[in-house]
Design a binder for this molecule. Sequence first.
Ligand SMILES: *[C@@H]1O[C@H](CO)[C@@H](O)[C@H](O)[C@H]1NC(C)=O
Ligand SMILES: *[C@@H]1O[C@H](CO)[C@@H](O)[C@H](O)[C@H]1NC(C)=O
Ligand SMILES: *[C@@H]1O[C@H](CO)[C@@H](O)[C@H](O)[C@H]1NC(C)=O
Ligand SMILES: *[C@@H]1O[C@H](CO)[C@@H](O)[C@H](O)[C@H]1NC(C)=O
Ligand SMILES: *[C@@H]1O[C@H](CO)[C@@H](O)[C@H](O)[C@H]1NC(C)=O
Ligand SMILES: *[C@@H]1O[C@H](CO)[C@@H](O)[C@H](O)[C@H]1NC(C)=O
Length: 249
Amino acid sequence: MDRNSSPTMLLLRIRRRLQLLLLLSAMATTKATATSSSSGHASYERALVAFKAKISSQSGVLASWNKSTSYCSWEGVTCGKRHRWRLVALDLSFQGLAGTISPAIGTLTFLQSLNLSFNGLQGEIPPSVGSLGRLQSIDLSVNMLTGGIPSNISRCSSLSVMIIASNKGLQGSIPATIGNMPSLVVFELPNNSFTGTIPSSFGNLSQLTDLSLALNYLEGSIPAGIGNNPYLWFIQLSFNNLSGLLPPL
Ligand SMILES: *[C@@H]1O[C@H](CO)[C@@H](O)[C@H](O)[C@H]1NC(C)=O
Ligand SMILES: *[C@@H]1O[C@H](CO)[C@@H](O)[C@H](O)[C@H]1NC(C)=O
Ligand SMILES: *[C@@H]1O[C@H](CO)[C@@H](O)[C@H](O)[C@H]1NC(C)=O
Ligand SMILES: *[C@@H]1O[C@H](CO)[C@@H](O)[C@H](O)[C@H]1NC(C)=O
Ligand SMILES: *[C@@H]1O[C@H](CO)[C@@H](O)[C@H](O)[C@H]1NC(C)=O
Ligand SMILES: *[C@@H]1O[C@H](CO)[C@@H](O)[C@H](O)[C@H]1NC(C)=O
């Protein structure tokens, strides 16, 4: 059957309203904990050096990642305003990065925002991302990642924006544990190769405003609970193999 003409194809575009600015504006306000700054300093530098080691194309932005300066001044790295050694954001989007994502990323414990979108990264999303308890935003869109979404990403209890679009090698089912992430506001996984059903636990994502699972190979029905969420502005499920009725919104 032609997927384009399938009666089960759904496109419901209610309204797109990303709240990124709002979310990222909270970046400078981390809770104080009693970590020694010197140990934090050394371990974050080590993690970034390990990250760089897995990148095969180091000619661009990563050339500035050298010991002549503090890691806080390395390109793409943002440290905290109050606790200046705390690495709070890593934005390496559009940097032509090839290679894989080092599991060492999981040791950047103060990271609030990770953006590796629009590169040529391969390999899997390291399950160690589940250690990033302060992560608020992750964007891994438009790479060549493979494997599945690690189910323990649901341990990122501060995560409000998860965008992983256009990695055609990402497959398997979408972890049901994602339904246990009460802070999730924007959840977009379009144009990958996910299979299986939409977990019924997604009906528990009570803060969700944006949901896109378009252009995958999902099947089964749309969980009724999704319709109970009053904040949902944008839902896009087109180009899948879904069946049944759209729950009343
Ligand atoms: C080290 O980084 C600085 C910028 O932080 C850059 O000017 C310099 O060229 C880099 N050194 C090497 C050897 O790449
Ligand atoms: C990641 O970076 C890209 C390119 O700069 C940008 O378009 C996108 O909005 C960023 N993602 C998030 C979640 O902020
Ligand atoms: C995530 O789960 C994998 C496999 O279940 C495990 O090896 C890894 O240690 C977990 N990572 C974290 C950060 O919990
Ligand atoms: C889907 O992803 C592929 C591979 O990244 C890309 O070439 C294609 O343009 C994407 N399609 C859409 C509709 O974004
Ligand atoms: C939704 O959350 C409630 C309360 O935590 C739990 O009892 C229920 O099993 C969850 N539903 C799904 C489908 O996971
Ligand atoms: C869609 O689902 C139907 C029945 O559930 C199945 O017969 C069909 O092969 C599926 N199509 C695709 C493209 O997966």
